[in-house]
Design a protein around this ligand. Structure first.
Ligand code: GYE
Length: 328
């Protein structure tokens, strides 16, 4: 910790001034480490697990870091508590993956008063004063949603009815807001699109399986659903399970399941036809966060908004080799 190093150097010069012998071993290697306090949302999805692994792989002692990693178990109050603890511990940087956009003004103000830069990763915060964070590194969720609705539009070109079940992620999170906004806007622009239901899947497979099973039990006929718009892969897995148990066929001849993330298991389902479209959301953000911290270490202002490049996949773009190469 460099703050500790400064204090140690000060103590050392005071000691040598009074003739005391400095300890040549010291803890200088430890004290040179950049300390990063990281508040992660949880482990709700395959995407999230890959994201945490990407961070842990980069912020290692060999690379010059001490990582204090906190898993908030999907609760904003746990994230706020973790940030306050990082402030007390005088970390050098705070990296925050905020669960939802609102409610961050005061705690980010506290970090600023303590002189600790905050880097946002994955989702955004909605704060009055944008100087409360140094950079945001993640995905453009509206662009992802637009890619999904463009595909739906191309799959139903003749004005036939498109009956959609929308299963959204954690309400108020940037990923949910962007992906939902794209769908709602498209539904409003297409007379033949009908939103049958809006279910809360909270980005998890278990919750989605439960709400979707319950919803399908209330539907009268199997032919009633054309598209299930799943706001992440784990939602898609829960929905597929519920649909297939309910006797629905998923794929281009039945219910088109659309998903976001494109993790390996979803791509396998895409290749075998159960998922019709997987919109990529890249969780491997560790290297970009590290580059940003290194830029700041050298006194440079990082780029404030850093979006990652992402693709879309249908079975036509996939091969087993491509899926095997995938890190997540
Ligand atoms: O799509 C989902 C996760 O915010 C991009 O959160 C992230 C989303 C991701 O739980 O799987």
């Amino acid at each position: 910790m460099r703050r500790a190093l400064l204090a140690a150097l000060l103590a050392l010069s005071l000691c040598s001034a009074c003739g005391a012998k400095p300890n040549p071993q010291g803890d200088s290697a430890e004290e040179d480490l950049i300390v990063v306090g990281m508040s992660q949302v949880g482990a709700e999805s395959d995407w999230r697990v890959a994201n945490s692994e990407s961070m842990k792989a980069v912020f290692t002692e060999e690379n010059g870091y001490r990582l204090l990693f906190d898993d908030a178990r999907q609760k904003q109050e746990n994230q706020i508590t973790a940030i306050r603890k990082f402030i007390q511990q005088q970390v050098d940087y705070i990296v925050l993956m905020p669960i939802s956009e609102s409610g961050w003004d005061s705690v980010l103000q506290e970090a600023r008063e303590a002189g600790i830069p905050v880097i946002l990763v994955d989702r955004m915060v909605d704060v009055e004063d944008e100087s409360l964070y140094s950079a945001h590194i993640g995905s453009d969720f509206l662009r992802e949603g637009t890619a999904a609705v463009d595909w739906i539009e191309s799959a139903y070109p003749d004005g036939e009815p498109v009956r959609i079940v929308h299963i959204h992620g954690t309400l108020g999170s940037t990923a949910q807001l962007g992906r939902t906004a794209a769908l709602e806007e498209a539904v409003a622009c297409h007379e033949n699109w009908e939103l049958l239901a809006r279910l809360d899947g909270d980005f998890t497979q278990a919750k989605t399986y439960e709400v979707m099973t319950e919803y399908l039990a209330r539907l009268s006929g199997r032919e009633d659903v054309d598209v299930v718009y799943c706001e992440n892969d784990n939602i898609a897995f829960g929905a597929l399970q519920a649909l297939e148990e309910g006797g629905y066929v998923c794929g281009s001849d039945g219910v088109n399941v659309v998903t976001f993330d494109a993790t390996r298991n979803a791509l396998l389902d895409c290749l075998n036809g159960r998922i019709s479209l997987a919109v990529e959301c890249n969780p491997l953000l560790g290297p970009l966060v590290e580059e940003t911290i290194q830029a700041m270490e050298m006194g440079r202002m990082p780029e404030k908004q850093q979006y990652v490049e992402e693709r879309v996949f249908t079975a036509a773009q996939l091969t087993t080799a491509l899926i095997e190469e995938r890190v997540y």
